[in-house]
Design a binder for this molecule. Structure first.
Ligand SMILES: [Zn+2]
Length: 284
């Protein structure tokens, strides 16, 4: 089935998930290549076969090259233990899962592979067109769209789980779209996350040399006082030839003061630490 047909079929089967980002009324009709809300606002499937819910252009520096680099590393397993931990934090029954800041989609793809018999309803969105264009090319049953996390194009209580890896949050919106009892899993970097790369790119006293997640943790605990935290830490052996891709897959390399790595430095870059926290909460 063509990509656009797959995405159209998903929308026709799950039209009740969606609401109009302009007037917040539900979408009630799928007509040709458009979905139409009860106020007559219309969103068209674009030529890549997905819906673009943003009003105006996206403000993102995450381009196609960065997502392709990311896909290489993620396919090689860079985040696999994280995705496993996310899967373990979710209830073992069919779920409607929303992946916030899905990027090029590989984490959602890997999550789906860990839940093969559960017949989940999988939705991923990102603010980046480049990311979503790549995500819709994945061979999986999921719906991908471009949307703003501060104005989710989904109805209240539409999801049983909201997951996000390294993405900003809007807890009011997450609570709105989560069903009562739903699960929120947020993955944030700890201080040592990609530490070897930070040390290659920056001097020790540079603000990029480590990462402080205490404010993010505090804010999460304020919204979800009963939340649980789980640490996932491991070393990842960088496959031969993927050193440059690892540098290019994060925004670290374009930060002010980032060094340009020599071929020798890249060749000697063999292992990287992945150190993250899962913040897990239930919506009451
Ligand atoms: Zn509308």
């Amino acid at each position: 089935m063509k990509k656009i047909e797959k995405q159209r079929q998903f929308v026709s089967q799950h039209l009740d998930l969606f609401r109009c980002p302009t007037c917040h009324e539900s979408f009630t009709e799928l007509q040709g290549n458009s979905i139409i809300c009860s106020q007559g606002h219309r969103i068209d499937f674009n030529k890549h076969g997905y819906l673009h819910f943003l009003n105006g252009a996206a403000d993102t520096e995450y381009g196609r090259e960065m997502f392709l680099a990311r896909r290489q590393l993620l396919t090689a397993g860079l985040f696999k233990p994280i995705v496993k931990a996310v899967a373990a934090a979710l209830p073992n029954r069919p779920l409607r899962i929303l992946d916030v800041g899905t990027g090029e989609g590989t984490p959602l793809y890997q999550l789906a592979a860990l839940r093969p018999d559960l017949d989940d309803c999988l939705v991923g969105f990102d603010i980046s067109k480049a990311g979503v264009t790549l995500a819709t090319q994945l061979a999986m049953d999921a719906f991908f769209c471009v949307a703003d996390l501060r104005q989710l194009p989904f109805n209240d209580h539409s999801f049983d789980a909201v997951v996000e890896l390294f993405s900003p949050s809007d807890y009011a919106e997450f609570n709105r779209v989560l069903a009562p009892g739903g699960t929120l899993v947020k993955v944030i970097p700890n201080a040592d996350y990609l530490g070897e790369l930070r040390h290659l790119l920056y001097d020790d006293e540079d603000q990029h040399a480590s990462y402080d997640n205490s404010r993010v943790k505090e804010l999460f605990a304020k919204h979800y006082p009963n939340c649980q935290t789980q640490r996932v830490r491991y070393r990842f052996a960088i496959p031969d030839g993927l050193q440059s891709a690892l540098v290019e897959m994060t925004p670290l390399h374009w930060g002010r003061g980032a060094k340009k790595l020599t071929p020798e430095e890249l060749a000697a870059f063999r292992e990287v630490t992945v150190d993250v926290s899962l913040l897990i909460a239930k919506k009451i």
